[in-house]
Write a protein that binds this ligand. Sequence first.
Ligand code: RIB
Length: 297
Amino acid sequence: MKILNFGSLNIDYVYSVEHFVQKGETLSSDMLNVYSGGKGLNQSIALSRAGLPVYHAGMIGEDGTFLENMLKDAGVNTQFLYKSSEVRTGNAIIQNDKNGDNCILLYGGANQAITKDMIDQVLANFEAGDWLVLQNEICEIPYIVEQAHHKGMKIMLNPSPMNDRIYELCLDYIDVFILNEVEAQGLVGTTDDVQKLQSKLKEKFPNAEIVLTLGEKGSMYLGEESVQQEIYSVETVDTTAAGDTFTGYYLAGRLQEMSVKETLNMAAAASAIAVSKRGAAPSIPTKDEVIQFIENH
Ligand code: RIB
């Protein structure tokens, strides 16, 4: 069984600010850091650091070579990474405030230049039973889902960032959803009641494995029997990539045949470590760090 993550790669420009810039305001930042990021790249690194071999497919421009190196250093296979001389690498302008919260402005760049031909070339190397991991930061997601499903691949979707493009893909083909509350509400209709949200999700996707992340309230596996996981409380420095870390560790745990409870615990611990460090990809822990963290708590 092979794992393919077809996803975004971004250069993250992270500005440390007192508060998020307001309409009409010009604000000086205290610090600028440049990190490797992108939900796709972050999730590949989390999968790999969690001990699961992964292929990352996607596209960068010539300015994105350090992202490729970051993936390679983390043990991710980059043979399906395209480099264009015509478009620049995607980037994210991230404000990181004094509470560790963030807000993100994306520029798609090469992430939005992926073609159906590239997708066909990549998917030709995978077969029934292999896994495809997707987020919502590259173009042609509906086509990728369609083709992967017809090959018999299993599909995990984290529809982040949530927008109307998600409704263009066939959601019945998804085997595993990792959703936050906003994404879940977007998929099944708005409701503030988490109980109702859970039953609506189960009703709409009866054959899928669903994990709902609830911020401070932890996470919830929605199966025949629900499994709840609390967060590990740590000092928040930067929340960027905490969700990606959770997602990567969740899939890695399940594919390594860990129980749901054990998997959620590992994913919660991994994302707690991520929020206690600056940056996206650099904040994602290795499996050994996660095990050590759990032992210490
Ligand atoms: O999930 C965090 C990521 O979102 C950042 O690395 C940024 O690039 C955006 O894609």
